[in-house]
Design a protein around this ligand. Structure first.
Ligand code: SF4
Length: 322
């Protein structure tokens, strides 16, 4: 799963008395599908205990209802939301993630349309494999941020990680660069973000040329999260060395170690439940009841949040939002 995105945020305004930080936008990550055309060994886009046999996006009515409920509950003016004790925000962004959201094809474009109608700002995080020119042309005008997950520029490493189609086809980096260029041309205000998951197979690599060519406004460097599989996990020192090797890109880097990811994202699974990761959850995630069954408030009240991590994410210490 290529975790989510950010646009540059203003410096937070913190009031001493209430200790509520103010930011421009709050991001809700909806992992629309578990399906993906890649097979990354470290992938943690695996959800359990399905409340329904089908993922929610298949149902147009439920999709719209979910987005309306989320927009209502996380609307900046809804002071009954407990998150307001930690943060205030001016706008809401829906980040479409997966699995691989672009494999939904036309349906993804419909969901993007509905999200915009409901009132969300919109972003996507994708492995890039299905972001064709025609999809970019339709999506780019709706997006504030386009996120691409890229772990390596070495075909052998990408193959070993599992970042390839079943037939062995790898991401064409020239095509990706052309599509990113096109997206920027269509939407000059677009933020382009790269996500790199540092793991045992790419930890020694130098990605500087790739970063220089794509020129992301944000580069999120995530330490592989050993939730589903720990076989590619790396040490503190290895992770630090990767970050240090790329210090020339410090101004766009957003570095997330495992503890930074804990209880600090707002995440919805493909079945319309909030879910959370935590380092102690060796067996996977914690889930709320389905939001459409109990309402966002009741579902959200089951979720624990690490308010320090959460605030940091949104106020810049972790490089802003997802
Ligand atoms: S691209 Fe890799 S990490 Fe992302 S959802 Fe697909 S298999 Fe998982």
């Amino acid at each position: 799963m290529h975790t989510s995105t950010l646009i540059s945020l203003p410096k937070p305004v913190t009031t001493q008395t209430a200790r509520v930080s103010a930011v421009d936008e709050l991001t809700i990550n909806w992992h629309v599908t578990e399906a993906c055309n890649y097979r990354c060994q470290y992938c943690y886009a695996k959800w359990k205990d399905y409340p329904n046999p089908r993922e929610l996006f298949h149902d147009h009515g439920h999709t719209r209802d979910l987005l309306i409920e989320l927009f209502r509950y996380f609307h900046p003016a809804n002071s009954s939301n407990p998150l307001r004790n930690e943060l205030s925000w001016k706008a809401l962004r829906l980040n479409l993630a997966g699995g691989e959201p672009s494999i939904l094809g036309e349906r993804l474009l419909e969901i993007a349309q509905v999200a915009r109608e409901v009132g969300f700002q919109l972003s996507i995080i994708s492995n890039g494999s299905r972001l064709t020119r025609s999809m970019i042309k339709e999506l780019a005008p709706h997006l504030t941020c386009l996120g691409i997950s890229l772990d390596s520029s070495d075909p052998k490493t990408n193959m070993e990680i599992g970042r390839a189609l079943k037939n062995g086809k790898l991401l064409d980096l020239q095509e990706l660069k052309a599509n990113v260029h096109l997206a920027r041309k269509i939407n000059p205000l677009l933020t382009v973000k790269l996500n790199t998951v540092v793991n045992l197979l790419n930890v020694g690599e130098d990605l500087s040329s790739l970063i220089q060519e794509i020129r992301p406004q944000r580069w999120k460097i995530l330490r592989m999260l050993p939730i589903v599989d720990a076989s590619l996990a790396i040490s503190d020192g290895e992770f630090a060395a990767f970050v240090q090797r790329h210090r020339a890109f410090q101004s766009v880097q957003c570095v997330e170690d495992n503890r930074d990811m804990s209880e600090s994202y707002l995440m919805i699974d493909p079945f319309g439940r909030f879910f959370q990761n935590h380092p102690s959850l060796a067996e996977g995630y914690l889930y709320s009841d389905p939001i459409l069954s109990v309402g966002a408030h009741a579902a959200f009240s089951k979720m624990a949040f690490n308010s320090a991590s959460f605030q940091s994410r949104y106020t810049g210490e972790l490089g802003g939002t997802q």
